[in-house]
Ligand binder design. Structure first.
Ligand SMILES: Nc1ncnc2c1ncn2[C@@H]1O[C@H](COP(=O)(O)OP(=O)(O)O)[C@@H](O)[C@H]1O
Ligand SMILES: [Mg+2]
Length: 276
């Protein structure tokens, strides 16, 4: 269970005894990233990406095209067969391997015997932050995801959407500068997913981190992100890299507007062109 938790090995091993301050987002640059797995599966081919610090980018593409592989390489959980990934703060210098990154998966991966508060505080506990301090930080972030009243509950007493919000809180409690999300709301119903999308977009505005969000829903990608990268079927290549022509304020009603439908159509055309 622990291996699937949000905090990365680099965070777990770091001797942080204080809660990191919120910082601005970091940039991500992928340079000709290829990944072939032992056994010959060719997952990614020639990925070039330059992600501006603090931006919100969605990655879409058919199942098996290497989206998760790319996130794992960016997180340092896997390595490119050739090419490289650089993480950099806005100042331009390249960060050392210990970057403040958090990862959210499709399954919430909560510890069922722990309260919501202690689940959200876990990354800080593992890095040695004192109990009063980590509880205060976890309370703050739980309030931010709308779970301020539920800190004493256990995961079994929550809905799927609430569990995912605990998972998001646990990722945010470290004040990451890069948030990697791998189909986080894919298992939720449409209405719950829409609410979580709104909450996430609000948190992104508030906290200023860079978000890389994998989804196979074109409309979710278009509603959430400023920029959408569309991948071809395996081996994943980029078939479209587009800054969306949509307002910065995303209201629920945007989903009904012609401009939104046009953007979704552009993404859909690219998927078809890419061979999906
Ligand atoms: N560790 C691995 N060993 C071998 N093949 C893998 C491994 N991880 C992923 N793959 C394969 O690489 C391809 C891309 O996988 P993945 O990145 O999970 O795709 P996506 O997230 O876009 O659905 C798939 O064919 C998958 O089976
Ligand atoms: Mg995947």
């Amino acid at each position: 269970m622990l291996s699937a938790m949000a905090p990365l090995a680099s965070e777990l091993s770091s001797p942080v005894n204080a809660i990191p301050q919120s910082g601005s987002g970091i940039g991500v640059r992928a340079l000709q990233v290829h990944r072939t797995f032992p056994g010959g599966v060719h997952a990614l081919e020639g990925i070039d990406l330059d992600i501006v610090p603090g931006s919100f980018v969605a990655l879409v593409g058919p199942s098996g095209c290497g989206k998760s592989t790319l996130l794992r390489i960016i997180a340092g959980l896997d390595t490119a067969s050739s090419g490289r990934v650089e993480l950099e703060p806005s100042s331009g210098q390249v960060l050392a391997s210990r970057a403040p990154i958090a990862y959210v998966f499709q399954d919430a991966h909560l510890l069922p015997w722990r309260t919501v508060l202690d689940n959200a505080a876990l990354p800080l506990e593992l890095s040695g932050v004192s109990k009063p301090e980590r509880h205060a930080a976890a309370r703050e972030v739980l309030a931010q995801v709308g779970l301020g009243e539920f800190t004493a509950r256990h995961p079994g007493q929550l809905s799927g959407g609430m569990r995912m919000r605990v998972s998001l809180a646990r990722a945010l409690v470290t004040r990451p500068r890069l948030l990697l999300m791998d189909e986080p709301f894919g298992a939720l119903d449409e209405l719950t997913r829409g609410r979580l999308d709104e909450q996430l977009r609000g948190l992104w505005h508030e906290l200023g981190m860079t978000v890389l969000f994998v989804t196979h829903s074109l409309s979710e990608a278009a509603w959430l992100a400023e920029r959408v990268v569309v991948f071809s079927p395996r081996p994943g290549r980029i078939v479209l890299d587009r800054v969306l022509d949509l307002p910065r304020e995303r209201s629920a009603s945007l989903r009904l507007e012609p401009a939104f439908a046009r953007e979704v159509q552009v993404l859909s055309d690219a998927m078809v062109r890419g061979g999906a």
